[in-house]
Each structure stands twice: as C-alpha cells, then as structure tokens.
Design a protein around this ligand. Structure first.
Ligand SMILES: Cc1ncc(COP(=O)(O)O)c(C=O)c1O
Length: 378
C-alpha cells in the first residue's frame, strides 16, 4: 500500500558532507563556535539581511531572546493559544507569565483580541506573535497597535516573533527575520531549513545579538566573567555543517515548496470542501512548513473518523494545533476566558503530508482520499 508520511526532512547525502565531517573529526574542533558555525552564521545573516546568533534549538532561542529584552519573574507576555507548546514554555522558563490571545481566520494573532488584552492588562511587557505554519503574522498592524499602547502607557512594549516555521517567508517583500525586537527560527527536522536540531535568533539590533552570543554560552562575557543570565545553547559543528549545506540549496527547496503548495491548494479548493489556511494578502510568502486544512463545519465532529480513514489509506496526518494551549493541563491556570476562533479552528484542523520532495502523484492521492472521506462521512 502507498505510504505518505507527514513530513520528510531535507537531509544531505553522506558524500556531500563527508569531507567536512572528516575535517572537524580530524581537527577535534567539533563545537565551541568553530569554523562551520561562523560560516553558517555569516551566510544566514546575509540571506536574511539581518544579524543572527545560532543556538541549539528554537526553544532555547526563544528563552534567550525573551530574557535579553528583559522578561523576568511575573512579566506578562501575550501569545496566541493556537501554537506549539514551546512558545509558552519559553515564556515560563524566562520567568514570565503567558497571556493567551485568540487568532484570526488566518490562524495568526487576532488584532482585535490583541487590542482587547493590551487594554485590559496595562502591565503587558511583551507580545510574542507566531508566524503560524509559515504564514507571516500581520506584522505592520501588530506593530502599530503595540506602538499606540506604548505611547498611551508611556513605556516600551516589546515585540518578539516566534518564526520557528517561517525561514524563507516574506512580508511585503521583506524576509521574515527583521521584524520586532527579535525573531526566533527553529532548524529542527520538521522545518523548512534543517540542521537536525538548532535555532536562530535574528535582529536588526546588534547589541541584542551580541548579548545573545554571550547568553548562549552560559552568560559569559569578558574575562571569564558572567554578565547575563545564560545556558548552554551552543550549536555544534556537526549541526552547522548540515544547516550550511541546506542553506546553500535553500532557494531550490523553497521554490519546490511554493510550486507544490500552489498545486495542492488549487486541487483541494477545486475538488473538496476542506478549507486551506486563509492567506490575507498576495504580498506575502508562506513557507507551508505545515499544510493545515480545516474540515468543513458540517463535518466538524467527524475529524477522528476522517483521520482514521486516511491512516488506513496510508496517509499520515496530525491535528496541529489541538488542543490549544489555554486548554492544556499545564497552561490552563493561565487562562480564564474563552477564545472562540481558536477553539473552533483547533477542533477542525488536519495537517496533511507536505514536504519539498512530495510529488504530484502523492498529492493527487491525498486529495482523492480527502474527497472520498468527505463523501463517506457527510
Ligand atoms: C511554533 C513553534 N515554536 C517553537 C518551536 C520549538 O523549536 P525547537 O523544536 O527547535 O526547540 C516549535 C517546534 O516545532 C514550534 O513549532
């Protein structure tokens, strides 16, 4: 039977990286800010057109970025509830308190609810937007709203973006990576650019990047003296080699994603009543890190059956993101209100297989089975 996995990581063939692996093994320089980390950092910085600091994961990158802007005990940070748990865990690890926000139809931070929360809590310290599945948040509007409240409260309110899904995404011709005080990417195996495990903090603020460079190394500054909070968030040379190799072919990987996503979107829209993630502007580039679609409202309570049907046809699916964070056991205590769109959307999501190397036959098969599921369960 045909088997279509949810994702396939983009990894190099051994012969493409063998020489570099030999080089670090022979020299013994396998970590602690070596040659490959430095080259990867330089090339990534040039690709994103902003400064970057490579770290061991998206999660540690978020923790460090939040601490670097001043998040500490009890500081409130707004984030969407419709995200991966790492976003909220990072706030808690930094000492902060998550304040859950609803989403818009496009599955990114709700502008209306953001305004409501900033009005309700005059002590919000920062806003953490998420470029969900690689669709950029409405960064211009978020910036304007936060700026207006900053003026009103006469103090800065910081903005960080969780860009874990969004390496390669663009907003009105600008690469994601330069918005807010800082942005944080993940380079783990499910992401558009893979370094096996890894993360990137990017920012136009070189002081902040310098600080992160110290924080990722236990907070050590000059003369073996600790200047900042910190942890071991170093990226090894092994990871940097894989990341660098993938960065050098990233243009082609992204183009494949774009072409294939267009094909998938067109077929799903034409042939089924499943609804792809809404894209609010034609001036953005979406990475489709995850290809999440919504079950039509009339089939809402049939999701488990539909997923089971697809599984029996060899198609792997997930429910990203269900349950939403404000309803999860560990985070419930930080929430005391309903988030209507988050709750509706999270009950209707199905993430279907998508990756740069997916082929037309595989996409046709998934769409055909979605159509069959729809007929069967209506
Ligand atoms: C939205 C989001 N933020 C943060 C992370 C954490 O990234 P990492 O797994 O590299 O720690 C992920 C991981 O999938 C994610 O989906």
């Amino acid at each position: 039977m045909i088997k279509i996995p949810l994702i396939k990581p983009d990894l190099p063939k051994l012969n493409r990286i063998e020489k570099d692996f030999r080089r670090i093994l022979d020299s013994g320089k396998i970590s602690n800010f070596g040659r490959y980390l430095s080259i990867f950092e330089k090339e990534l910085s040039s690709y994103l057109d902003t400064e970057v600091s490579l770290v061991s994961s998206g999660t540690t990158g978020l923790i460090l970025a939040l601490q670097a802007i001043g998040v500490s005990l009890g500081k409130k940070v707004i984030l969407p509830s419709f995200t991966f748990m790492a976003t909220a865990q990072a706030i808690l690890y930094a000492g902060g308190e998550p304040v859950f926000c609803d989403i818009d139809e496009d599955m990114t931070l709700s502008l209306r609810d953001l305004e409501f929360l900033l009005e309700k809590h005059s002590d919000i310290f920062a806003v953490l937007g998420v470029h969900t599945f690689g669709l950029p948040c409405k960064v211009k509007e978020i910036n304007k709203i936060v700026e207006d409240f900053s003026k009103r409260y006469n103090r800065p309110i910081h903005i960080i973006y969780d860009s874990a899904h969004a390496l390669g995404a663009e907003f009105e011709g600008k690469k994601i990576g330069c918005f807010g005080d800082a942005e944080v990417f993940s380079l783990s195996v499910t992401k558009p650019l893979v370094s096996v495990e890894g993360g990137v903090v990017s920012s136009k603020n070189s002081k902040l990047i310098k600080k992160i460079n110290n924080m990722r190394n236990y907070g050590i500054g000059k003369n073996y003296n600790t200047y900042y909070p910190g942890l071991n968030s170093k990226m090894s040379e092994f990871h940097a080699i894989i990341g660098l190799y993938n960065l050098r072919r990233f243009g082609s990987l992204l183009r494949q994603r774009q072409t294939k996503a267009r094909y998938y979107l067109d077929k799903i829209k034409r042939l089924t009543s499943f609804e792809p993630q809404k894209v609010y502007s034609d001036k953005i580039i979406h990475t489709y890190k995850d290809f999440t679609i919504l079950i039509p409202k009339k089939l809402k309570n049939k999701r488990t059956k539909i997923m089971y049907f697809l599984q029996n046809k060899g198609i792997e699916t997930r429910t990203y993101f269900y349950p939403p964070l404000h309803q999860q056991r560990f985070f419930r205590k930080f929430s005391n209100r309903k988030l209507p769109l988050t709750e509706d959307i999270s009950q209707r999501v199905i993430t279907i297989p998508f990756y740069a190397s997916i082929n037309q036959k595989e996409m046709d098969y998934v769409v055909k089975k979605l159509k069959e599921a729809e007929r069967r369960f209506l």
